[in-house]
Design a protein around this ligand. Sequence first.
Ligand SMILES: Nc1ncnc2c1ncn2[C@@H]1O[C@H](COP(=O)(O)OP(=O)(O)O)[C@@H](O)[C@H]1O
Ligand SMILES: [Mg+2]
Length: 264
Amino acid sequence: MKAIVAENLTITYDGKPALEGVSFSLDEGETLLLLGPNGAGKTTLLRTIACFHREYTGRLEVFGREPCDARELIGYVPQSHSLNERVPLTALDVVAMGGLYRRGFVHFRIPREILEKAEEVLGFVGLAHVRDRLFRELSGGQKQRVLLARALMSDPKLLLLDEPLSALDPSARAEVTGVLSKIKRERGITMVITTHDINPLLEIGDRIMLLNRRLIAFGRPEEVLRDSIIKSVYGPLARVIPVGGKLFCITGDVHLPRKGGGGR
Ligand SMILES: Nc1ncnc2c1ncn2[C@@H]1O[C@H](COP(=O)(O)OP(=O)(O)O)[C@@H](O)[C@H]1O
Ligand SMILES: [Mg+2]
């Protein structure tokens, strides 16, 4: 089953194209890394797949349905969460909220079965021990894992993640990457992940898409990660180099791993 099919997809804002003529498909269970400079249309594509933006032409299907008919299959983690951190929500509250919205209304008191599920999902992301801590007091990596847990509450078949690693330090990135890898391995959820820095995510990427207002390249990592392709988007200084048998992309703001250390 195809998780996503796009054919000649053009997405516009007030008639002006942000993304033009994009065609690709993604199989169920695969992880797609979406790469491209600022303004390339990454967020636009994610939001259109999630039915938050509806102005497009061409074909776009999520598990064989139009995006807006597939909403209950989709989990979306936006780049910056809109939680009001002045409200003293605990980690468990935030996760449980993911189960409430799905029912179409907000409860005064959270039903027991939702709290139990929230505890289970918090455990899955390795955060059972912070369930009663305030969300706003968690570390960046912990917050991102809580937000992942919140998105898992609705048992999505497709998880869309907008720059889940941005603004995280290397150790927090490793925490979050670990959870993404576990989601893929243990739950088999199809994922689309936009990222500035592809290197921490290369291990879990089955497909890579390079966007710059149109589709520059799409395919397996070894097909897409070539000097000529990377340079065409990021400029002449960008390149791909093998480090310890793995590919590594230098796109301008990315550094080589330190000796002996992983990450960046
Ligand atoms: N709500 C909006 N209204 C009008 N134009 C928008 C809106 N959101 C994004 N755009 C435009 O669409 C293009 C792609 O933006 P975006 O999808 O945010 O790129 P990326 O996530 O790759 O940085 C940009 O030119 C941006 O200005
Ligand atoms: Mg964006």
